[in-house]
Design a binder for this molecule. Structure first.
Ligand code: C5P
Length: 131
């Protein structure tokens, strides 16, 4: 069996403890749904480096992955999602690529957006305080 392709995603919090959610603008079947920002790990790249690269490309920020949220979640066949809690080092996140809106969600607002189905269990575990 071939190894699944790993998609890495970030749990980024602001100083008020709100979690960043990003609304996808593409592809059409995912547009309008919300996700934890991230993307595919490239061959030869570590997951943490991939996450740093994706956050620069997609949001224009420098961030450090500091703690992996335990577990991994299936995406489409052949892909799995892993999540890291990340610290924002510099920059204000902007929807530069793949997204058309960003929103900081307080603890009571986490379920106010239409998360991608496959992100729901990851978000649940992320906000349940495991990382
Ligand atoms: O962002 P990118 O297109 O590189 O993501 C690769 C795949 O992983 C896409 O199919 C995307 O929908 C999926 N993904 C996801 N949840 C995330 C990040 C990416 O399902 N939080």
């Amino acid at each position: 069996m071939t190894e699944p392709i790993v998609v890495v995603a970030a749990a980024l919090y602001d100083t008020g403890g709100r979690l960043l959610a990003a609304r996808r603008s593409a592809p059409p079947e995912l547009a309008g749904r919300w996700e934890l920002p991230g993307g595919k790990v490239e061959p030869g790249e570590s997951p943490e480096r991939a996450l740093v690269r994706e956050l620069r490309e997609e949001l224009g920020v420098d961030a450090d992955p500091v703690a992996r949220v335990p577990g991994e979640w299936p995406l489409k066949p052949g892909y799995v999602l892993r999540v890291w809690r990340c610290d924002l080092r510099s920059g204000d996140p902007l929807p530069l690529q793949d997204h058309d809106e960003l929103r900081w969600l307080g603890p009571d607002e986490i379920w106010s957006v239409d998360w991608l189905d496959q992100d729901v269990p990851a978000v649940k575990d992320t906000v349940s305080g495991t990382a």
